[in-house]
Design a protein around this ligand. Structure first.
Ligand SMILES: Cc1ncc(COP(=O)(O)O)c(C=O)c1O
Length: 465
């Protein structure tokens, strides 16, 4: 509770309001038994006419946080809250990117339950991890990403530290860029996952966008992408989605990846991969890491943030990593020491539970195979739903519109091409919750609901402009 009346008009007061603060503070004789109270009578907090002891208590109990305004709701997580409040029987939550079963229930992988009961039986302790995280996890995660026999691993050229899932790992990389590459710009795709901009803004790293999505083809604007990367100041960081681009679901072809690598190399840029869906997009850990490995094979230095939220369903365990590939083992050691230095004042050391789950699964061939089979099952369910949605659209839509772009997209998302007003219609009329950029999460869709969704899309597309 506040003990004085301070006119906090904004979170960071201007110099004028600071000096009025000082004056008011001088007039307030705090700490004495008989408070003298000589604030301006028009002061918004001094509403009481009489300055008796009781009314003064009421006026001094105003929050010191009065000047803090309401933050806008998160555009993705806000969708789930609106969905919960809706009581309609056909409602569908296609907003958040979290896997659901055919019954639209959250899913904990069997292999995760198995390894957690082994961990419980073993009675693992809860001691702090080192700043860089669990050593067995860091080894496993870098090997999953690059392949155990990759020269970058063999030559110890990768600085890996455990992060607070994908988001925390990206944030740590952003802090590294801010500290050691002052003024360097990060190029992000237009559009991109909504949190990328927040992360770089918070880290005070300047960013700009490169063209990625072409609304005319609902496909990749490859020429635009290449020319924007070329036009960026030499030595920029280029943020790339390793696979299953969020929100579009549109990935470059292997040939296009080669050309992207060419221009990044030419311009001396630093590739910065966000890998949030390894194994979850295609069902294969290796196929989904091909883009990253292609860049590493060229001898480029690069950053890679990883997440185990989707592929192991460990959303709330916050487990991921940041990897920095350097040209020498010596540079990697120094980079790792600085990543630790950045992590220490932010969160001290990361949580152990998710790290142990990953390390135990990857370290045991039988469990590893079980994980791969479950990942294929999840990726397969999403592919089946994608196909059924496409089939339903083709059967129901008599306009002749080509919906085949949906089949060209990969991963849990589909970018429908619906505008904001059309997306609003999906929610307001059809109770289909989605982000306003037209993205739907197919992981939140069941085969049984595909026809309903197709009706909603056709209505919104043709009848709302
Ligand atoms: C592209 C991308 N990067 C990173 C993340 C980070 O997720 P998390 O912090 O849960 O690992 C996500 C999650 O949706 C994502 O889509």
């Amino acid at each position: 509770m506040a003990s004085s009346v301070l006119p906090l008009a904004s979170a960071s007061p201007s110099s004028a309001s600071r000096s009025s603060l000082e004056n008011n503070k001088k007039k307030l004789n705090l700490g004495s038994n008989s408070l003298s109270f000589d604030l301006d009578k028009n002061h918004p907090f001094a509403k009481a006419k009489s300055f008796s002891r009781i009314s003064m208590v009421a006026s001094v109990n105003v929050s010191r946080f009065e000047g803090i305004t309401m933050a806008p709701p998160d555009p993705i997580l806000g969708v789930s809250e609106a969905f919960k409040a809706d009581t309609h029987g056909n409602k569908l939550n296609l907003g958040v990117g979290a896997y659901r079963t055919e019954e639209l229930q959250p899913y904990v992988l069997d292999v995760v339950k198995k390894v957690e009961s082994l961990m419980l039986e073993r009675g693992d302790n809860k001691e702090y991890l080192p700043i860089e995280g669990l050593a067995a996890f860091n080894k496993a995660t870098a090997e999953l990403l690059f392949g155990a026999n990759n020269p970058v691993i063999k030559q110890q050229r990768v600085a890996t530290i455990q992060g607070l899932s994908g988001t925390g790992s990206l944030r740590l990389a952003a802090a590294l860029i801010e500290r050691y590459f002052p003024g360097a710009k990060v190029l992000i795709s237009s559009p991109t996952w909504g949190n990328h901009k927040n992360i770089f803004n918070d880290a005070r790293v300047p960013w700009s966008e490169y063209r990625y999505y072409d609304p005319k083809t609902v496909g990749l604007d490859f020429e635009g992408m290449i020319s924007d990367i070329k036009a960026a100041p030499e030595g920029s960081f280029v943020l790339l989605h390793g696979c299953a681009h969020n929100p579009t679901g549109i990935d470059p072809t292997p040939e296009q990846w080669e050309k992207i690598a060419d221009v990044i190399q030419e311009k001396n840029h630093i590739p910065f991969f966000d890998v949030a869906y390894q194994g979850f997009a295609s069902g294969s850990l290796d196929a989904d890491a091909a883009s990253v490995r292609l860049f590493a094979a060229r001898g480029l230095e690069l950053l890679v943030a990883q997440s185990y939220s989707k592929n192991l369903g460990l959303y709330a365990e916050r487990i991921g990593a940041i990897n920095v590939v350097c040209t020498s083992a010596d540079a990697a050691t120094r980079v790792k020491s600085q990543l630790k230095r950045l992590a220490r004042p932010m969160y001290s050391n990361p949580p152990v539970h998710g790290a142990r789950i990953v390390a135990n699964i990857v370290g045991d061939p039988a469990l590893f195979n079980e994980w791969k089979a479950e990942m294929e099952m999840m990726a397969g369910r999403i592919k089946n739903v994608r196909q059924k949605l496409y089939d339903s659209l083709c059967v129901k839509d008599k306009s002749g519109k080509d919906w085949s772009f949906i089949l060209k997209q990969i991963g849990m998302f589909s970018f429908t091409g619906l505008s904001k007003v059309q997306s609003d219609n999906m929610t307001d009329k059809w109770h289909v919750y989605m982000t306003k950029d037209g993205r739907i999460s197919l992981a939140g869709l069941s085969l049984a609901k595909c026809e309903y969704l197709a009706d909603a899309i056709i209505d919104s597309f043709h009848n709302v402009r």
